[in-house]
Design a protein around this ligand. Structure first.
Ligand SMILES: CC(C)(COP(=O)(O)OP(=O)(O)OC[C@H]1O[C@@H](n2cnc3c(N)ncnc32)[C@H](O)[C@@H]1OP(=O)(O)O)[C@@H](O)C(=O)NCCC(=O)NCCS
Length: 182
């Protein structure tokens, strides 16, 4: 197989398998419903939600997964800084119950992180989530208590993805605006 043929094969959707694309305004109702289904009414009290209240998401990093043209999942990214370093907070990540266990969640997490870090401005992707889900994708636990959120978090769920393998241990400070970092 030539390189070109291989690249085309890799880009061709496989029946029943999710692909990702940028979200548009036409996806807003789907995303709102999905987040309500996935996180319930308690979502507005979550600490990650409080971060997004203070610092806006970057809509150009909102992605949708779809299966044969039907939206199946969504992820958002919030540019932030911690301890003077620019990065991103990933979430919410959700896949519609009808489309789970097809790889959409992992595809969205990987793809949005790749696109954000490729901009060359942010140095990490932070999230609050399950180690069993995210650590196989490259996220690692941070030093408990080092990263301060605007509300309570289970510190064992504060995970970081970065090229620098030491950053998860050393990154320290409160979550602040993207512009406050370098
Ligand atoms: C978590 C979620 C996004 C996964 O979406 P998905 O598209 O089904 O994920 P994938 O297909 O990429 O991965 C599915 C695998 O992850 C596993 N998995 C799902 N949630 C998990 C979790 N919290 N911890 C560990 N493993 C998990 C599934 O059992 C499945 O395992 P398998 O492949 O061995 O069958 C989806 O279940 C969801 O929307 N949940 C509610 C919202 C939520 O919890 N979001 C994450 C917040 S951090």
């Amino acid at each position: 197989m030539t390189t070109l043929v291989a690249a085309e094969a890799a880009a061709t959707p496989v029946a029943g398998q999710p692909v990702v694309r940028p979200a548009t305004a036409a996806d807003d109702a789907f995303v709102e419903d999905l987040q309500a289904i996935a996180f319930g009414p308690g979502r507005f009290a979550r600490t990650a939600f409080r971060v997004r209240e203070r610092f806006p998401i970057d809509p150009s990093l909102s992605l949708i997964s779809e299966v044969e043209g039907t939206p199946s999942g969504s992820v958002w990214m919030t540019p932030i800084s911690v301890g003077g370093m620019k990065g991103y907070l990933l979430g919410p990540l959700a896949t519609h119950p009808n489309f789970r266990k097809r790889g959409a969640g992992k595809l969205l997490a990987r793809e949005v992180s790749k696109r954000a870090l490729a901009r060359g401005e942010g140095h990490f992707v932070l999230l609050v989530g399950d180690q069993d889900y995210y650590c196989p994708l490259g996220w690692v636990p941070t030093t408990p208590g080092n990263i301060q959120f605007p509300g309570p978090v289970d510190t064992s769920r504060v995970l970081l993805l970065a090229d620098d393998p030491n950053l998860a241990k050393t990154l320290k400070g409160s979550i602040a605006a993207f512009d406050e970092g370098e």
